[in-house]
Write a protein that binds this ligand. Structure first.
Ligand code: RB5
Length: 145
């Protein structure tokens, strides 16, 4: 993905990784909407998952990236927004399949579980992999609502 707007947010546990990935996105020429948090002071992950989910659902961003300690809480929050398909990815394969099979529009990462290189690979592959569509995947993704 070489153009488009990406919304990104994290809680305190994901803040440092968010800053690194934000720089990578900007270096690729993508427009980034940073929805916080702005430090490692404790905050509540649902607020940040919801913010990115809403930005993607309303079309302000083409895709989203959300980060908390495990990626679990923030992905649950984002997935409560209609139209959001947030995928918690742990490696290049899960990031690729999240796009190819689920047409995921939000990448969720666990900063306490991943090293920076793995997080970088997840991000790059998530952005670069197209949803191929096709009758079977289209039907299943439609059923997600
Ligand atoms: C914060 O301590 C932690 O609970 C949060 O980052 C996340 O892992 C929740 O799912």
């Amino acid at each position: 993905m070489s153009e488009g707007t990406i919304a990104i947010a994290a809680d305190h546990a994901g803040y440092a990784l968010k800053e690194v990935l934000k720089e990578e996105l900007e270096a690729c020429g993508l427009d980034v909407i940073d929805l916080g948090t702005d430090s490692d002071a404790s905050v509540d992950y649902p607020d940040f998952g919801r913010a990115v989910g809403e930005a993607v659902a309303c079309g302000d961003a083409a895709r989203g990236v959300i980060i908390c300690g495990t990626g679990i809480g923030i992905s649950i929050a984002a997935n409560r927004i209609a139209g959001v398909r947030a995928a918690l990815c742990h490696d290049a394969t899960s990031a690729r399949l999240a796009r190819e099979h689920n047409d995921a529009n939000v990448l969720a990462l666990g900063a306490r579980l991943l090293g920076p290189e793995v997080a970088h690979d997840c991000l790059r592959i998530f952005l670069d992999t197209a949803f191929p569509g096709g009758e079977r995947h289209d039907r299943r993704v439609r059923k997600l609502g």
